[in-house]
Design a protein around this ligand. Structure first.
Ligand code: NAD
Ligand code: TDX
Length: 343
């Protein structure tokens, strides 16, 4: 079946994997990648699909609601996969307004455009909102976030994502807009901006720079390979039930300090350095304000109802990821020098 699918934030980390998967897997769909290209958006991430006939890039800001209205009608959009967002917790602590603007008002402007253009004819239409496990707040030593865990965000980032999720559900309840939401745990893999823990630390180890570990490094995150997140988005877009929420995670919890030691071991091995040589770079620094202690996702609903499971073991995923950053030094150099913004 032919479809015009609008993917927002497609030049970012996760978005670029989703765009690539959809362009390659669905030649009958036309994929419109809408991205304003903030510091986190990089069209180099999509070099391999930019000439495909079923792919179009649109440079636009999701907060520009008149533009969003015209995009829906100009391209006859049937489906939306909404990933565009400000995504880094540390930046949200310094500049909460830009998170409220993009994540809340930007989502609202897209919802409004979808509602106006679809105008009550919702057959084969879907607004898929991609969210995070951080909306659920923090866990103690045990337990998991399920789809019915109450929202309890602590950072400006997670508060803005929680607010956007509420707007998405409000559009279902008030206007019957066909929506679906997924909340995913921490992703890792290729093309992640090196401000986030894993690519930052790989890069710093390579350059023998300090590795800033927040607090005592005891916080726990649940890590999922980004390609598995993209596969889950594909499954939910095609098989998810309207109005439902799906948690996505890898049942793969790591204390930051243990994860960092795995990264060090892997980088040292691949660079031919003595085992553990780079552990001396570990530097404990002041903790992140409002730092959530532990995230852990129960993704059994997605497995039981839609048949999705992660495809990779963590050790394999992390080795692939480290290799990618080592083999793509030009990409890393372009991103860290700012040259990618000229692409
Ligand atoms: P990212 O920061 O790498 O990419 C975000 C993209 O959105 C960039 O290309 C940026 O240019 C674009 N963008 C930002 N503001 C925009 C605007 N106003 N208009 C149009 N485009 C804009 O983010 P990511 O890590 O790929 O995350 C993508 C989505 O997935 C986000 O909604 C995030 O909340 C969610 N998420 C991320 C993770 C993770 O571990 N990274 C986990 C769960 C959920
Ligand atoms: O330099 C660092 N030192 C450090 O100890 C950085 C950048 C992070 N950390 C810690 C903070 C977290 O406990 O590592 C953990 C992971 O940090 P980030 O990579 O910044 O991710 P996190 O804050 O957990 O949020 C990520 O996962 C959920 C994404 O950035 C979000 O967009 C997503 O919603």
């Amino acid at each position: 079946m032919k479809k015009n699918v609008l993917i927002t934030g497609g030049a970012g980390f996760i978005g670029s994997h989703v765009v690539r998967l959809f362009v390659n897997s669905y030649p009958d769909y036309h994929i419109y990648n809408l991205d304003v290209l903030t510091y986190a958006g990089n069209l180099e991430n999509l070099k391999d699909v930019e000439d495909k006939p079923n792919y179009t890039f649109i440079k636009a800001d999701i907060c520009d609601h008149e533009k969003m209205d015209s995009i829906f009608s100009d391209y006859n959009i049937d489906g939306v996969i909404h990933l565009a967002a400000e995504s880094h917790v540390d930046r949200s602590i310094k500049d909460p307004f830009s998170f409220a603007k993009t994540n809340v008002l930007g989502t609202l402007s897209l919802l409004q455009a979808a509602k106006t253009y679809w105008n009550g004819d919702f057959e084969n239409k879907l607004f898929y909102h991609v969210s995070t496990d951080e909306v659920y707040g923090t866990l103690g030593e045990s337990g998991f976030f399920t789809e019915s865990t109450a929202y309890d965000p602590h950072s400006p980032y997670s508060a803005s994502k929680a607010s956007s999720d509420h707007f998405v559900r409000a559009f279902l309840d008030t206007y019957e807009l066909p929506v679906v939401i997924s909340n995913c745990s921490n992703n890792y893999g290729s093309y992640q901006f090196p401000e986030k823990l894993i690519p930052l630390f790989i890069n710093n180890i390579c350059s023998n720079k300090p590795l800033p570990v927040y607090g005592k490094g005891e916080n726990v995150r649940d890590w999922l390979f980004v390609n598995d997140h993209a596969r889950a988005i594909d499954v939910i877009f095609h098989k998810g039930k309207i109005g439902e929420t799906y948690n996505i995670g890898g049942f793969n919890e790591w204390r930051n300090i243990d994860l960092i030691k795995v990264i060090i071991k892997t980088v040292d091995k691949l660079l031919g350095r003595p085992q553990g040589a780079s552990e001396k770079l570990i530097t404990f620094v002041t903790d992140r304000a409002g730092h959530d202690y532990r995230y852990a996702i129960d993704s059994s609903k997605l497995k039981n109802e839609l048949g999705w499971e992660p495809s990779l073991q963590f050790e394999e995923g992390i080795e692939k990821t480290v290799r990618w950053y080592l083999d793509n030094k030009d990409w890393v150099d372009n991103v860290t020098s700012g040259n990618y913004q000229k692409y």
